[in-house]
Structures are given as structure tokens and as C-alpha cells.
Design a protein around this ligand. Structure first.
Ligand SMILES: Cc1ncc(COP(=O)(O)O)c(C=O)c1O
Length: 403
């Protein structure tokens, strides 16, 4: 029997999930797979955050919170936005959800009319596309241009906007490319958006704290204060505080938008877990030293992978400025053949080859709307990364490349 409704036909199975499932199957069969498909920090949640959750449970903080979030957490988010982003928001302009993903879903569900367009910048987080499609919207991808280094330019943006464009999704630093923008670059994009009053901007800043090379992170809303009524800032505790399993994200935006999103949430989830929200208060308001420690570790690992990639013939790379991924170009190997005569037809075949031959799980760029590339996650130890890069080099050296 086919259980799935036709609305799901538009959702493609996640390529990253397919790699991860194959990697798990190989591991279960006893193979020594190094999984670089991961999208979550390998660190444990800091102890003071776990203590806060424990205390919350013992203190009876175990009931429904208000749909849009516990007052203490909304207050902590306002203080965080002021302290770290120089943004002034009131609690009624904040929503707390089950992860940043639910904030994004609420926003699209609350605002998108059928057939309206959502602008995505390739390469992009695949969830944006799937959510848009399932809600009857049309994802419009601003194509990658090598000379812009994974960033969208004002000219690209202007030419992609139509009368049907409802949202522009920005993700800084980005998954999967780690692209960052300067304040001036954000301001220039803002100048385009200002000319289109119905256009909303979703700025996904979930990797805010993972930026490298002493870069100061700039929130889109603080670079473009004149667009306050058009901007929804999305963030959460998953990546910065190693809290992916706690499922707490938040959004900051104009009160009527937050109210519409709360309406969605009231019927879909009734809000987020009370105990996880107490933990998120401790994360946002407590000591931040672990955040810096995680960031430093991700920067060292980024350097390790970038240096290793540079020694492997044929691979291309624009070093990521943030997040914990490296997106690597593999065009040179498309059309190559393996020692047993199999053709590497595309980046999916390339990632399958890496998994079969090098026992390294990587996600093909096609999962993010950009081929031929592959994404390696640096959310694992330096030792794992070193041996993964050695294995990749050895496997690629065996390929027969047609010049
Ligand atoms: C760009 C981006 N946004 C949002 C999320 C989801 O975050 P959360 O765990 O808060 O739902 C991810 C997770 O992979 C991500 O890469």
C-alpha cells in the first residue's frame, strides 16, 4: 500500500541521509568507515547546561510553556541579540521552536501563498527547498558563480526577483560552503531588497559562532536596520552549544509575523520542550568559554582539511570562512573510471566511490543544488580527519582520469 500523500511527491529523499544510511550499513557489517557526512558537533553539551536541565526537571518545570516560548528564554534571547548582535527586540518579537528548522517551517507556513517564490542561493541547505515545495511554493535558485566564491551578489539577486518573490533565504556562515559576508556585502544586498517592499528575508544564522580568521560575525538585521519589518533572524543552540538533540531554535522578527508563526505552532507542536528551554537559557546566559573552545577546534580542523585537499591533484577548494564543513570541487574526476571499470558519472557516484573504496562518507554537492562537489564535515577528531584525507588521496590516485 502507498501510505504517502501526493504532496510528498515533491520531496526528494535526502542525499545526505542516503550516504549516512549506507555508511551505517557498512559500519554494521564491520567496516571501519569514517563518517564525514555529519551535521552536528562531536562535542558534548557543556555540563552547566545539563545541570540547568536537571534542576528544571526537579523543580517541576515539566508543563507546557507558552506556545511562543518560556518567558525566561525569550528574555535570554532578547539579551543575547542585544549583547552579541546589537539588536533590540522585545519578547513579543521572539518565537522559540523545536530547532531552527521549525522556525523556518512556521515562517513559510504562515506566509507563503501557493506558487510564491523563495530565493535560495546555491549551494544551499536542502531543507529550504523541501519545505518550500511541500508548502506549495516555488524554490528559485540563484546559481553559483565561481568568481563570487559561494556568495550571492546584488546583481544576481536583483535579476532573480519577480513579482512572485516572497522570501530570500540567506545563510551565513553557510551550510555547505561555509561562506561568510562582510557588513558591506550585506548592506549592498539590503539596498536591492529595499526596492521590493513585499520581499521578506530569512537570515539563518545558526552557525554564527563558528567563524574563522578573526572575522567578526555580522547579523543581517544589524547590517540592514532599515529592513527590520522585512527580516526574520533565525538562530538556535544546536551548533554553537553542541545541543542538536535538545531541539531549541528561535526567531526574531516583526511582531505580526511572529504572531502568525505562533498560530502555526499552536496547532502543530504547542511549543518546545520546557526542560530543553531551561537548558537553552543556561546556554545563552551562562559562561561562553566552551563556545570559543569549539570554534577554535573547528578552525584547526578546517585548516587540516584545507591543507590536505591542496595536496590532492584535481580537487578544488574555496576555504570556508565558517561552519564545520568544507565543500570541495571534484569536476576533474567526473568521467574517470575505477580500477574495476566503473564510471564516475557525477558527484553521487563520486561520493559512493569514496565510501566504497576509501571507506569515507561524504555528501555529494547535488544534495545542496551544486555539482560536481562533495561536502566533508569537520565535526570529528583531527585524527579521524587526517586518516580520512589520506584514504581519499589514496583512492583518488587509483582512478583512471581521461585527460
Ligand atoms: C543551515 C542550517 N539551518 C538550520 C539547521 C537546523 O538547525 P536546528 O538543529 O536548530 O533545527 C541546520 C542543521 O543542519 C543547518 O545546517
Amino acid at each position: 500500500m502507498n501510505y504517502a500523500a501526493s504532496r510528498l511527491d515533491v520531496v526528494k529523499p535526502s542525499a545526505s541521509m542516503a550516504v549516512s544510511n549506507r555508511a551505517k550499513a557498512l559500519k554494521a557489517a564491520g567496516q571501519n568507515v569514517i563518517d564525514l557526512g555529519l551535521g552536528e558537533p562531536d562535542f558534548d553539551t557543556p555540563a552547566h547546561i545539563i545541570d540547568a536541565a536537571h534542576q528544571a526537571a526537579l523543580n517541576g518545570n515539566t508543563r507546557y510553556t507558552p506556545t511562543d516560548g518560556a518567558p525566561a528564554l525569550k528574555q535570554a534571547v532578547c539579551e543575547k541579540l542585544k549583547r552579541e548582535n546589537n539588536l533590540t527586540y522585545q519578547p513579543q518579537e521572539i518565537i522559540v521552536s523545536n530547532g531552527a528548522k521549525q522556525v523556518i517551517f512556521d515562517a513559510l507556513m504562515a506566509t507563503l501563498e501557493p506558487g510564491e517564490e523563495v530565493l535560495l542561493c546555491a549551494p544551499h541547505f536542502d531543507t529550504y527547498r523541501s519545505m518550500t515545495l511541500v508548502l506549495g511554493g516555488k524554490p528559485v535558485v540563484i546559481q553559483y558563480k565561481e568568481e563570487n566564491g559561494f556568495r550571492v551578489t546584488p546583481a544576481d539577486l536583483e535579476s532573480a526577483i519577480t513579482t512572485k518573490t516572497r522570501w530570500l533565504f540567506l545563510n551565513v556562515p553557510s551550510n555547505p560552503a561555509g561562506a561568510t559576508y562582510t557588513r558591506d556585502e550585506l548592506t549592498a544586498l539590503g539596498a536591492v531588497i529595499e526596492r521590493h517592499s513585499r520581499l521578506l528575508v530569512l537570515s539563518d544564522e545558526i552557525y554564527e559562532h563558528i567563524v574563522f580568521d578573526n572575522l567578526a560575525f555580522e547579523s543581517f538585521a544589524s547590517a540592514c536596520p532599515q529592513l527590520r519589518a522585512n527580516t526574520l533572524t533565525v538562530n538556535g543552540v544546536s551548533k554553537a552549544y553542541a545541543m542538536t538533540g535538545w531541539r531549541i531554535g528561535y526567531g526574531a522578527g516583526p511582531q505580526p509575523l511572529i504572531a502568525a508563526m505562533t498560530k502555526v505552532q499552536s496547532q502543530i507542536s504547542s511549543g518546545a520542550c520546557s526542560i530543553a528551554q531551561a537548558a537553552a537559557v543556561a546556554a545563552l546566559s551562562g559562561p561562553q568559554s566552551e563556545v570559543t573552545h569549539f570554534r577554535d577546534a573547528f578552525e584547526q580542523r578546517r585548516n587540516l582539511v584545507v591543507n590536505a585537499v591542496r595536496t590532492i591533484p584535481g580537487l578544488t577548494l574555496d576555504p570556508p570562512g565558517g561552519a564545520f564543513y568544507t565543500l570541495i570541487g571534484c569536476a576533474y574526476y567526473i568521467g574517470a573510471t575505477t580500477t574495476d571499470g566503473q564510471l564516475i558519472t557525477d558527484d553521487v557516484a563520486f561520493a559512493n566511490y569514496l565510501l566504497d573504496d576509501a571507506l569515507v562518507a561524504a555528501v555529494p554537492g547535488s544534495a545542496y543544488g551544486l555539482s560536481p562537489f562533495f561536502r566533508l564535515s569537520t565535526a570529528t577528531t583531527a585524527a579521524n580527519l587526517t586518516s580520512a584525507m589520506q584514504r581519499i588521496a589514496a583512492s583518488l590516485a587509483k582512478l583512471h582520469v581521461i585527460a
